[in-house]
Design a protein around this ligand. Structure first.
Ligand SMILES: CC(C)(COP(=O)(O)OP(=O)(O)OC[C@H]1O[C@@H](n2cnc3c(N)ncnc32)[C@H](O)[C@@H]1OP(=O)(O)O)[C@@H](O)C(=O)NCCC(=O)NCCS
Length: 302
């Protein structure tokens, strides 16, 4: 058996998935939602072997800690606690304020780490809709919560937008789906979102509909093509109409992107910048799409 000092906890890579599913199966923990959210898993390695895992699914300023597992031969050395602490570090860095979990077998284990029992009804709707929450085997599980001290979202730089919308209920549903997160504040005539994957503080309030700003659009720039593809798959699976543009030249850059439109017609692009076009001929191509002159920067113009 490896000593915990020889183990490394790090972000999971796609090739770790079969080993993690094997650990979960062995411990009788559900697989639901694991593959979809595997980019948000941490694994513990002892040399080439995966000996532990934990997932942290983010939903706005809340997160679901799930799938904590340590291989039987490596239990009792502090690895389970170390995986939880590392996941909580990740949560704090991401501005998460509340971490929830479901457990049938390990209530006392998590109490020792500071988690407290909460009624399931008090948990954010987006967390309640997660794969683990709706899995049949978890219906009788206890819900627990840890409030993270010092996790102040206000410290994370975010662009603030306040949009007046025609139909607040409809817009709320759209942005819940687009961001994959519940609002962090709901008041009469007002909701606020702090999406986990965009540096954005978006408030919506009743009031007639915001026109597209000066004929333009809004957007979220992500760090990689993989992130764009992941968010695109999630949003398409939720039934939101999207327009995909991969490898387009736009705004003097080559980008992979997709567009969605809110209920008032406001266009959002979600994109990654592949490379700038300053020194390139206008007709250069890359990626999946046909390329147009660099001045197109509106949905559907590529
Ligand atoms: C729960 C689990 C991750 C703990 O991993 P671990 O590496 O053994 O945990 P640690 O070494 O950090 O902590 C061990 C301590 O927790 C206690 N502990 C371990 N599992 C426990 C459980 N299910 N309930 C209560 N206490 C538990 C141990 O008795 C030990 O206590 P001690 O320090 O007083 O001796 C591991 O037992 C496991 O994978 N279990 C099966 C999967 C599971 O139940 N996961 C939780 C799903 S929500």
């Amino acid at each position: 058996m490896s000593d915990i000092k020889d183990m490394q906890i790090a972000a999971a890579v796609p090739g770790d998935l079969p080993a993690v599913l094997g650990l979960l199966d062995g411990a009788g923990l559900p697989r639901a939602g694991v593959t979809t959210n595997f980019a948000q898993f941490l694994v513990a390695r002892a040399g080439p072997e995966i000996v532990g895992a934990v997932g942290l699914e983010r939903y706005g300023v809340s997160a679901l800690l799930r799938s904590l597992v340590v291989a039987p031969a490596h239990r009792g050395q502090g690895l389970g606690a170390a995986l939880v602490e590392r996941a909580l570090d990740v949560a704090r860095l991401a501005g998460i304020e509340r971490v929830f979990l479901l457990t049938i077998t390990a209530v006392e284990f998590f109490r020792r780490l500071g988690f407290r029992d909460v009624p399931r009804e008090g948990i954010d709707l987006a967390v309640q809709a997660s794969g683990e929450f709706v899995a049949p085997c978890c219906q009788s599980a206890a819900a627990m919560r840890l409030v993270l001290r010092g996790a102040r979202v206000a410290l994370v730089p975010r662009v603030h937008l306040h949009l007046k919308v025609t139909d607040l209920a409809r817009s709320r549903v759209f942005y819940e789906t687009f961001f994959g997160a519940s609002p962090v504040k709901v008041k009469p005539g007002y909701v606020k979102f702090l999406p986990a994957w965009g540096p954005l503080n978006l408030a919506l309030s009743d009031g007639g509909g915001s026109p597209t700003p000066r004929g333009g659009h809004l957007g979220i720039q992500l760090g990689s093509r993989e992130e764009v593809v992941r968010e695109l798959a999630r949003i398409k699976a939720a039934g939101v109409p999207v327009r995909e543009e991969f490898g387009v030249n736009c705004c003097h850059a080559n980008e992979d992107k997709f567009w969605v439109q809110d209920p008032d017609g406001l266009e959002w692009e979600v994109y990654v910048l592949n490379h700038d076009l300053d020194d390139e001929p206008v007709a250069a191509t890359r990626g999946l799409g046909l390329v147009r002159p660099a001045s197109c920067c509106t949905p559907g113009s590529a």
